[in-house]
Design a protein around this ligand. Sequence first.
Ligand code: C2E
Ligand code: MG
Ligand code: MG
Length: 731
Amino acid sequence: MHAEYVTGQGGTARATLNGGFPVGSSARTDDVNDNTNTAKHEHPISDRAQRWLSLECRGASDTLCAVGDAAARELGRRTGPLPLAAPAAMLAFIIASPQLTQDWLPVALLFLIMAGAAFMRMRIADQLSRARREELTELARDYQACVDLTAFSWGALIGVLLLVHGIDRLTELALVATVGLLAGAFTSLTLERTLWLRFNAALWLPLLTITGLLIWQDSDGAWLLLLVETLFAGFAVLQGQRMVRDYINGLITNIRLEDAVSKIADQRSELRAHRERLDELIARTHQLSYYDQLTGIGSRHHFHERLLTSIDNHVEDGQRFAVLYLDVDDFKAINDTFGHDAGDYLLKVVARRANALLRSSDFAARLGSDELALLVHDLSSDDDITHVVQRCRDAIQMPVRLTNRSVSPRVSIGIAVYPEDSDSAQGLLKAAESAMNAAKHGTKSHFARYFAEMSRAAEQRLTIEQELRQALEKNQFELHYQPQFDIDTGNCCGVEALVRWNHPERGLVPPLAFIPIAENSGLIDALGEWVLTTACRQAVAWFDGGLQPLTIAVNISPLQLLDPDLVATVGNTLAASGLSPQLLELEITESAIQTHADARSTLTQLRELGVRIALDDFGTGYSSLASLRELPIDRVKIDRSFVADILSSEQDSALLGTIIEMAHVLGSSVVAEGVEERAQAELLQRLRCDCVQGYYFSRPLPAAEVTRIAAAAGRPVQCLQHPRPACVTTD
Ligand code: C2E
Ligand code: MG
Ligand code: MG
């Protein structure tokens, strides 16, 4: 016979308890459904929990396992010094009836067993109350053994006393009272059904047996005693069962309550975490939509809101405020030359410097890549605006260290004033932007106040874009060619093809008026291909017409370099036109190569075709000497702005000399562009420049006129020898 003790959640602890009677099967908890329990369906867990000592924990519900654990620990806690009650009562009983000790040996033996078991039980109960889950089984089994021993020794002792002394009235009452009381006390401590049944069996079995014996011996009052004992036993069973049920129900309620409390606590902390996350998200969203992540100043959206508020505030009083639209000059070149990290750093510096100038009522925001806007209040006169703008420019212009170079950032500033220039947020921003565009392209001071003409310029750009789309189909483009001359021999060594737009109404439109628009609108690839084809065909036509072979230089837009088909297009054009690749020179700007990761390999592939590469506009922006060494180039074209300064600045002419020397060392030849004066040409000759190109020698010409120039070998040298060059022609 055995009972299985439920130790805890999910674990199966089978303690074989050798009690005196069967205590149920090892069926799964959920399958238990015996007749005694059917009447208590309102407490299914309680019913099952009462059987916890006889069930396996495997498959048992979490609550049942928890009840098992809690009941075992609670049993330990509740036991306390109560086990001493039985030996103490028995001792008092024996002392009160000294005649009972006549047969002292079995009495003393049973008493000692009872007292020993009581002490053991106290000790085990103490351990049980503090035991870990895995220790509970073992301790419960020991506890049960002590209970068995106490109950049995108690029942046996009373029985022995009955047997030895028979029943007189006093002892009879005392015996019955003691047995009843102690049975109750034990029952209240042995709360588990199995334990409690075992206790009753161990207590009453010897007692009833001996009482039966007395009846058999025809002892006086034995029937009465049996009746009283049976009543007590019945009372103990009923009372005990009720107490056990109440107790288990209490435990279950407690566990559920604790469970509910801990769930509520969990949910509360989950809720708190959700709320914190939500707050965080709201703050983050606010931060993202209201502040620029790179510079930390306001975002475009934020600026727009502040602008609306300012307009609202000043609608009544009509007070003026200004919107300054700032754009970093040559920001693309900075990115290309120093890398994007340096570009980002520069933007941060510019934003910080601009922001530092503002008062608390003003506001700074980043509108786009390199564009900032400032909202400046309390302006009484135009002088105030100019003053703010100048302070702004001066502060921003302070040198910044980028990688290993010092750069002075410049910004172009457009100014629009409320309410003169516009009374709407959109209008003010648009006006300030138009002014900024005008400042960028048109003024030396790099700032401009909005005026109505500027909006018209923006509209014009749109018109040009629309017209450009049709210009290719209508064949409105033509190429002019600007000759390049060998500075020593005077031979025309090549020409640069420069595109013009023969506009039906506006006449010949220069390339800078439409190339940037073609680039922005995606038309540049088609236009570039047309230029390349036409230039190659023209070069072949010249050669076929009897001219010596001329190198033809074609400008390649940075965006064309991005075209993965560029190499194939160049190869096909050469093949179709029959031009020797060595006679084709592609002019690329340094920034185009720096910007695009694949540009170098494109250049290498182009060179593999046999085509020559020239680095155009060298000396502008942030171009560096390192490029000469690193890039796969055949020619360096010194920009005309550099050439323009060489006469006035010794430093520039010395630098140019170094560049020319360095290019030669690296195997590249040098062409100087924009030579407009004889003195420039002479100096360039002294600096050992290879070729020259410029108005002093020839403006860009239609194809037919190039024939005349190219045929006249040796002219440029003569030009250098005479005050007025014979070869200069106009566009
Ligand atoms: P670029 O490639 O640097 O061409 C030289 C520009 O300097 C030409 O201006 C030329 O007319 C001008 N120039 C030459 N000598 C002198 C001089 O002595 N003094 C002055 N003041 N200017 C001189 P253009 O034709 O207006 O072209 C401007 C720019 O437009 C070119 O600069 C080039 O970047 C671009 N461009 C021209 N044609 C094309 C083209 O077919 N494709 C592309 N992508 N860009 C082109
Ligand atoms: Mg060029
Ligand atoms: Mg150039």
